[in-house]
Design a protein around this ligand. Structure first.
Ligand code: SAM
Length: 291
């Protein structure tokens, strides 16, 4: 256990605490041990990482050490860093996250790039963000395009509460309408210039093999059914009737789902569809247009 809580006679400076904790996390086999130590300590002291370094020799108070120790223990027992921090950066903005929602991933920022490109300078567009979770995609698009109106949906009411908080925090609550329900059910007979989604796409049998951190995220945010494509299939078959002529469908997919997804898109009447790879070389973003 982290020793610094009771060590009143010793001086635990910021620098010493970071060094000790980095080593502790490393021994526990955690990813990014030093960065994690810095992020957690920064959150306890309300300091960004630069200021941790400028205050390296500052001794921590007893209550600061106790609060930090509690976080270190929770992280060591498998709680994801960003749930402990309660925040995650996405496309340059800070989003509230907690166990009600998936932690936004850096590769999902590619969905934003593709969506902004697709919107071009369309000034009256309406976008639909399915499976919105924390709202990171829908809220970011609304924040990036001040005339865009977004309908963001999710089957999970607890997730939508988090999305609501994020929409308010980023000043777009008046243009991001949150609706609860299964996939397209909340938008019957409505059409959009853009549909985005980051659906659950992990094969059910692969969930057990995911890291303990990922397994703490909501199962309904991960589980894509036996072949991972259950929701993606329904997304593809339902998308056409909800796209305006010329509209774009953009969604995230699993590492090797590209060929199967392109087949499904072709069959559903999206002949020119394509799949973009992420920086690690994995299939990541599927794009299709309605003619
Ligand atoms: C992978 S998470 C994506 C969250 C967020 N958009 C992101 O990119 O970080 C998938 C989301 O889909 C939602 N979901 C799962 N099944 C659904 C369904 N049948 N209809 C609507 N939403 C669903 C989950 O609640 C979860 O919030």
């Amino acid at each position: 256990l982290p020793p610094f809580a009771g060590a009143v006679e010793e001086t635990w400076t910021i620098g010493r605490v970071i060094a000790w904790t980095s080593e502790f996390f490393k021994r526990k086999g955690l990813d990014s041990p030093r960065l994690t130590a810095e992020l957690l300590l920064g959150s306890v002291l309300s300091l960004d990482r630069v200021h941790l370094y400028t205050d390296f020799d500052r001794p921590l108070q007893k209550d600061e050490l106790a609060a930090f120790r509690a976080l270190v223990q929770r992280r060591a027992s498998g709680e994801p860093t960003h749930y402990l921090l309660g925040r995650r950066e996405f496309y340059g903005r800070s989003f509230r996250v907690d166990p009600r929602v998936l932690v936004p991933r850096p590769e999902t920022e590619m969905l934003i790039e593709a969506a902004l490109e697709c919107l071009g300078d369309h000034s009256q567009a309406r976008a639909l963000d399915l499976c919105t979770g924390s709202g990171c995609v829908g809220v970011t698009l609304a924040a990036e395009r001040p005339s865009l109106r977004v309908v963001a949906t999710d089957a999970s009411l607890p997730a939508l509460e988090v999305a609501r908080e994020n929409a308010s925090a980023h000043g777009v609550a008046d243009r991001v309408e949150l609706r609860a329900g299964d996939l397209f059910a909340p938008v019957a007979r409505e059409r959009f210039e853009l549909i985005t989604a980051n659906p659950p796409y992990v094969e059910t049998s692969a969930i057990e093999g995911l890291s303990p951190e990922v397994r703490r995220e909501p199962r309904e945010a991960l589980d894509g059914g036996p072949d991972g494509l259950t929701l993606i299939r329904r997304l593809i078959t339902g998308a056409r009737e909800h796209l305006s002529p010329g509209g774009c469908l953009l969604f995230e997919i699993g590492d090797r789902q590209g060929p199967a997804v392109l087949d499904l898109l072709g069959t559903a009447g999206f002949p020119g569809a394509s799949v973009q790879k992420d920086f690690a070389g994995f299939d990541r973003i599927a794009r299709a247009h309605r003619d």
